[in-house]
Design a protein around this ligand. Structure first.
Ligand SMILES: [Zn+2]
Length: 136
């Protein structure tokens, strides 16, 4: 007899949410793996799950960052595709500026500015804007 143990790294995380008084299970593709405020790689602490009962049926999860230096709460936003909730982004998002060598910073401060704005736009899924910024 072959004993097959599912690989926990491949198992999709599940959460439960209260829908009209009943706890129902939901499947996610993954939890966020970084804090949007301190930008540390984390396994976030899950505090509360909400399913938005409108046309989108999206999900919001309230997390806490386990990094003691940060200790902030943030929201993860998920979109439902074939009954799996896919992580979109999280908020509030604190910009983390890319540090370039001093030669570049002084030669082209505008490039550094555009690059960092493009990076923020990418976070908010404004890919048309971030694409334009990166091409500059
Ligand atoms: Zn944090």
């Amino acid at each position: 007899m072959v004993n097959v143990t599912p690989d926990p790294r491949k198992a999709r995380p599940r959460v439960t949410a209260l829908i009209r008084g009943r706890e129902l299970p939901f499947e996610l593709n993954s939890h966020p793996d970084a804090c949007p405020i301190c930008h540390t790689a984390i396994i976030p602490i899950r505090l509360h799950v909400r399913i938005l009962e409108n046309d989108s049926a999206d999900m919001e999860i309230l997390y806490a960052c386990p990094n003691h230096a940060c200790d902030r709460g943030f929201l993860g936003y998920f979109r439902s595709v074939n009954n799996v909730y896919f992580f979109k982004n999280s908020a509030p998002f604190k910009e983390s500026k890319e540090v370039f060598p001093p030669e570049i910073e002084s030669l082209s401060p505008l490039f550094v500015e555009i690059y960092n704005q493009a990076k923020s736009a990418e976070h908010y899924e404004l890919d048309q804007i971030s694409g334009m910024g990166y091409r500059k």
